[in-house]
Design a protein. Structure first.
Length: 405
């Protein structure tokens, strides 16, 4: 379908030159004077047609959802949101499987080679992900006619974070009944039924979780992780040892401090270590990421070096990032004294400065409503945009007619 929304800009020679620079030359182009209503039109006009994935980073989740809604008009097919997790470091049962699923789905689609327009906040970008190589190695590909044991498939599903249930009700679950293996991958809209004949896959079909009726048959199925942290036996053991070591060091250091909750720390860590010894790896373990991986995966790693990076109001991104870091530090110190966390968990969030040091390695652009000097990086090119918003006519058609004349 022809992108008719590009027509108004096709005759603007200066814009076409700037567009070509953004698409072909590494380094950030700063567009100044861009209003909120014009941002998505301008972005879409530059990146369409998409030759690589694009990552649009903004300053908070609310703005990310606004941009997502606006971009649906221009790029509906490849548009996805990469949401932020709730950062609850204390022991809590609350956990959003939906957020986990949306994050992991984006990562899997990028790994599979899809070209996506990803909208995200700086909070979501700086939260740790499974390292790229670990995620790639974790994906299980099943093909009709392939030989694979049901016991191995069950162990693999548990390892990837799927919950075993009697009957599948939602994403992240699997069930086993005789020679039928059902699983609902987080990155799919429907669950799948894998029918075995002996140790060979006889058929793979999607099915309706309510009626349980099989639907479309397909030749293969990709099953990706169902949790934010996937661990090999060695990585799990090494991480457990590091957690236990840090726990005893903190206990020794703080045991004489009357304000420190020694009892809570002992209870919290002993429960965690016992659950790990029993092979129970729940969602809370993602907050211990620094103990398992020194270099967690970054969304930019998954998007690849050829991706286009777009920053929405980089000054506000930096301000929000700095405030988040300050708030997290205060929040963390409070939890540390309550015995809820270990010192190394202070390194859970990434640094926006690290992102800033990389921005000019990508093709990209920055959208600014006003010219700014404190962007945190040096743009390679600056392009002022002279534009005005459409006035509100409040139902007075004669005013609209006058403007059109």
């Amino acid at each position: 379908m022809e992108a008719i929304w590009r027509k108004p800009l096709e005759g603007w020679t200066q814009f076409q030159k700037s567009r070509e620079n953004v698409r072909s030359v590494r380094g950030m182009t700063a567009y100044t004077g861009v209003t909120e209503a014009q941002k998505c039109h301008l972005i879409a006009s530059i990146i369409h047609p998409m030759d690589e994935s694009c990552l649009l980073v903004t300053y908070d989740e609310l703005q990310a959802n606004r941009l997502l809604d606006d971009l649906k008009l221009f790029l509906p097919d490849k548009l996805v949101l990469f949401p932020a997790r709730e950062m609850m470091l204390y022991h809590a049962a609350a956990h959003s499987q939906e957020v986990t699923g949306r994050r992991l789905s984006v990562l899997e689609r990028l790994i599979s080679g899809e070209k996506l327009m990803i909208v995200t906040s700086i909070d979501a970008l700086l939260q740790p992900n499974i390292p790229l190589e670990v995620f790639q190695d974790s994906i299980l590909e099943l093909n009709e006619g392939e030989e694979i044991s049901l016991s191995y498939l069950t162990e693999k599903a548990i390892h990837l974070g799927y919950e075993r249930v009697a009957s599948i009700e939602g994403p992240g679950q699997f069930s086993l009944r005789g020679s039928i293996f059902d699983i609902f991958p987080l990155s799919h809209d429907k669950p799948y039924r894998i029918d075995f004949f002996d140790e060979f896959i006889d058929s793979i079909r999607s099915f309706d979780p309510i009626s349980q009726r099989s639907e479309e048959r397909q030749d293969s199925l990709r099953i990706s992780p169902a949790r934010d942290l996937v661990l090999t036996a060695q990585t799990q053991q090494e991480g457990r040892e590091q957690i236990e070591k840090s726990y005893h060091q903190l206990l020794q250091k703080m045991k004489k401090d009357p304000e420190f909750d020694t009892t809570k720390l002992q209870s919290r860590m002993q429960e965690l270590l016992e659950r790990m010894d029993q092979g129970i790896l729940d969602h809370q373990l993602v907050h211990f990421f620094p103990y398992f991986y020194e270099q967690p995966g970054n969304l930019l790693d998954y998007a690849g070096s050829e991706a286009m990076l777009i920053l929405d109001e980089p000054t506000r991104i930096k301000e929000h990032s700095n405030q988040t870091a300050t708030d997290f530090s205060e929040y963390f110190r409070d939890l540390l004294m309550k015995g809820e966390v270990l010192p190394e968990q202070a390194n859970l969030l990434g640094s926006y400065d690290t992102i800033l040091n990389q921005v000019n390695q990508y093709r990209g652009m920055a959208m600014l409503s006003l010219p700014r000097s404190n962007l945190g990086f040096e743009p390679k090119r600056i392009q002022p945009v002279a534009a005005r918003t459409i006035p509100a006519y409040h139902g007075k058609w004669e005013l609209l007619a006058d403007d059109l004349r």
